[in-house]
Design a protein around this ligand. Structure first.
Ligand code: SF4
Length: 379
């Protein structure tokens, strides 16, 4: 927030999301913040911004206009438009799990999904409007539909059997719920792209138990191996927390060893930071890992991330790919790798086929082809 204010001194700075829900008054006291819109009011963000500009909002904290349930009952929210090439479609909210480090369940409530038929229709409409890629998002996306007797797999099967005019990507999915059927479907899909982000959080079973994840390293490895066998071009990504309370050197080494061994294409590394009111925050008070150790472990995992990202990008060299051109002169493959657009590539928001070449710095460049897009892994 401070950086944004420094870089854009005249901008209106609105804060939304979990922190806005949890500590609205603390945020409102910060001089750089103009508007605090918690979960129940963020759906009306455009109107709220106009009210702030017009001096109509008393104070900085927006009153909740709708309940969290209503946010999802209202027509599906998606973000697209100038400056954005892909559409992000929110289809699920809330989480019924209680991972020890996570504040989400206490802020977002139980699992709620948008009706599957409405989601399907929204994807088709966006595709027909020329949006090249739709990203399905949710706090606990793998549980999509469970509150309505529907499922993510069934939705994706319908999209696969009658393709919309766009490709579909799934945002992060908890591996506890993302089962074999989903992994197989994504591996073989022609609409859904081969990219799964499955947060593991630790490669030590003892730490996973303390995290209350309901997940084991054996189960995770089985899932990833299955995905990789189904499609060796799969972009498999995970999240990992460095320095969870009580994490010993040996437990951290287990994590590092497992992550090196899995068929992963990228890691998202988070140094542990306690969320007050969570069981992990209480653990941290008695058995916290020293800050310097957390920082060192996170740095090691980030080094590993750089190595596996470079290696995954290199594996695309010389291949043909289905790209979406983003703003900033880069294209995005189905496998979530960026390539610099060379001359002749279409404007942002277009989907096209290109040949990928490895540059001397290890990054990729895209050279357009005239054939229509098909699957990278089929090339
Ligand atoms: S980490 Fe994910 S599964 Fe665990 S409580 Fe948070 S949102 Fe739910």
């Amino acid at each position: 927030m401070r950086r944004l204010r420094r870089e854009h001194p005249a901008a209106l700075l609105a804060v939304t999301g979990c922190l806005a829900e949890r500590d609205p008054d603390g945020l409102a006291r910060r001089p750089e913040v103009d508007l605090v819109a918690g979960h129940g009011s963020s759906a009306a963000l455009v109107r709220l911004v106009e009210e702030v500009r017009a001096g109509l909002l008393p104070g900085k904290v927006a009153a909740p206009g709708v309940s969290p349930d209503e946010v999802l009952r209202s027509p599906l929210a998606w973000t697209t438009g100038p400056g954005r090439t892909r559409a992000f479609l929110k289809v699920q909210d809330g989480c019924g799990r209680r991972c020890a480090f996570c504040i989400v369940p206490s802020l977002r409530g139980s699992e709620r999904s948008a009706p599957s038929a409405e989601v399907e229709e929204a994807v088709r409409v966006l595709g027909a409007q020329g949006v090249p890629e739709v990203v399905l998002c949710g706090v606990h996306l793998a549980a999509f539909g469970s509150d309505r007797g529907e499922s993510l797999v069934a939705l994706l099967e319908r999209l696969e059997s009658r393709p919309p005019g766009c490709r579909v990507r799934l945002s992060s999915l908890e591996p506890m719920e993302a089962g074999e059927a989903l992994v197989d479907l994504v591996a073989a899909g022609s609409v859904v792209v081969p990219h799964l982000h499955l947060p593991l959080q630790s490669g030590s079973d003892a730490v996973l138990r303390r995290m209350r994840r309901g997940m084991t390293t054996v189960r995770f490895r089985t899932l990833l191996d299955r995905a990789w066998r189904g499609n060796p071009r799969f972009h498999l990504a995970t999240d990992v927390i460095a320095g969870f309370p009580g994490e010993t050197d040996a437990e951290f080494s287990e994590t590092e060893a497992l992550l090196r061994d899995l068929p992963l294409a990228s890691l998202h590394v988070f140094p542990f930071s306690p969320r007050s009111g969570t069981p992990a925050a209480a653990l941290a008070a008695t058995d916290g890992v020293p800050r310097a150790v957390v920082t060192r472990r996170a740095a090691r995992l980030r080094d590993l991330d750089s190595t596996i990202r470079r290696s995954f990008a290199r594996s695309h060299a010389g291949r043909h790919a289905d790209l979406v051109s983003l703003s900033g002169g880069v294209g995005l493959t189905e496998t979530y790798v960026e390539a610099a657009l060379s001359a002749g590539c279409p404007r942002p928001g277009s989907r096209f086929r290109a040949r990928l070449a490895l540059l001397s710095d290890g990054t990729l460049a895209a050279h357009p082809e005239s054939r229509p897009p098909d699957r990278l892994q089929g090339s």
